[in-house]
Write a protein that binds this ligand. Structure first.
Ligand code: IMP
Ligand code: MG
Length: 178
């Protein structure tokens, strides 16, 4: 097992490039089957999902569209809690088969706050695809339709995921070393 250093922390090899590719191919096959004859619209959530979105999209053999959004959460001015704003959601979702692409679902808060905004536009269907899922960390009820890996509740970096802005360029996924 090899280790790397990102900022001040040490990370250990966790998911290899080939294991990641294998799971992406499996998810793509499922989507190719489930959406045969349809033209789904993928909404990839930046920044973390850019690599997963790109590699997944290349494996699709159905007609498909993709757009990218960035979510910004702000502390509520009043006591309304966090607001999630979608920046760049410039495509109509009405009557579309929407698939949201995430790098990782941790507490589930990001999606829990964002999915109602999608539903407001009345898509004909809505599914979620995430490369990584930490079931032990989930705090908000969420049905995830396509999961690459269910992983333990430990911080990971690489393949789009960052630690304090760094590590996104790594081809493998590394886990915080104890
Ligand atoms: P959630 O809203 O708690 O589900 O968190 C979702 C977001 O937190 C993800 O899209 C990531 O950007 C970030 N995140 C959660 N866990 C990790 C991790 O282990 N490494 C890097 N980023 C993470
Ligand atoms: Mg993210």
């Amino acid at each position: 097992m090899s280790t790397i250093k990102v900022h001040d922390k040490t990370f250990a090899t966790f998911l290899s490039e080939s294991a990641i590719n294998e799971q992406i191919k499996r998810i793509a096959q499922e989507i190719n089957t489930d959406y045969k004859g349809k033209t789904p619209l993928f909404i990839a959530i930046l920044n973390g999902s850019f690599m997963f979105a790109s590699d997944l999209f290349k494996e699709l053999d159905i007609e498909a569209q993709v757009c990218f959004i960035k979510l910004a959460s702000y502390q509520g001015v009043k006591s309304t809690g966090n607001v999630v704003t979608s920046i760049g959601l410039d495509v109509s979702l009405k009557d579309r088969d929407v698939i949201v692409i995430e790098d990782i679902v941790d507490t589930g808060k990001t999606l829990h706050d964002f999915l109602p905004q999608i539903m407001d536009q009345h898509p004909s269907s809505l599914k979620i695809a995430t490369l990584l899922h930490k079931p032990e960390a989930l705090k908000y009820p969420l049905t995830i339709d396509y999961v690459g890996f269910s992983i333990p509740n430990k911080f990971v970096v690489g393949y789009g995921l960052d630690y304090d802005g760094l590590g996104r360029n790594l081809r493998e996924i590394f886990q915080l070393a104890e």
